[in-house]
Design a protein around this ligand. Structure first.
Ligand code: PRP
Length: 185
């Protein structure tokens, strides 16, 4: 029997750390969005952000709505071309009243988050902020600093807690480094 965990070389962010991080970010969000004039909409960027979004939204105590978008970059291997295609759009007639918080699992080159922020502002959102669980600043190709960040990580091939390799490993409850032999086969 093959276990998914057997392909993990090292746990980078444990379940206990994830719990602490999501609690901390939810408190920061509560503090920033507590005004009565706010209409906070968490936008989950599929598919990677599903797990983080689920944990985070349960810990936020201010009123919140949820929505989803999906974006893909035309890339070669692990390198993004810089062009983003929105494959699931946000269709809200009330967008001009919405304070949007984009929820990402990871910021790598920064191209996706930059594009989505500009796009939602262009569509008329009242405000757009960004939240990521993982940040790989060493991989940045465009300058962007997420408003809320879980943890900065080195440039390792990470999976779990929503992140995949060939659509596998998303369901792992922690973030781990994938063994090189898995993706160099
Ligand atoms: C990942 C991640 C971000 C994006 C970050 O999504 O969820 O959306 O890449 O990369 P960037 O900072 O270089 O733009 P991916 O396209 O792998 O889709 P997935 O979430 O469905 O796995």
């Amino acid at each position: 029997m093959k276990y998914v965990k057997d392909d993990i070389a090292e746990i980078l962010v444990s379940e206990e750390e994830i719990d602490r991080i999501t609690t901390r970010i939810a408190k920061e969000i509560d503090e920033d969005y507590k005004g009565e004039d706010k209409k906070l909409v968490l936008v989950c960027i599929l598919k990677g952000s599903l797990v983080f979004m689920g944990d985070l939204m349960k810990k936020i105590t201010v009123p919140v709505e949820i929505d989803c978008m999906k974006a893909s970059s035309y890339g070669v291997g692990t390198e993004s071309s810089g062009q983003i295609n929105i494959t699931l759009d946000l269709l809200r007639p009330d967008i001009k009243e919405c304070d949007i918080l984009i929820v990402e699992d990871i910021v790598d080159s920064g191209i996706t988050l930059t594009h989505l922020t500009k796009y939602l502002l262009m569509k008329g959102a009242k405000s757009v902020k960004t939240c990521t669980f993982l940040d790989k600043p060493s991989r940045r190709r465009v300058e962007i600093t997420p408003d809320y960040c879980g943890v900065e990580i080195p440039d390792e091939f990470v999976v779990g807690y929503g992140l995949d390799y060939a659509e596998m490993y998303r369901a792992l409850p922690f973030v781990g480094v994938l063994k090189p032999e898995v993706y160099t086969k």
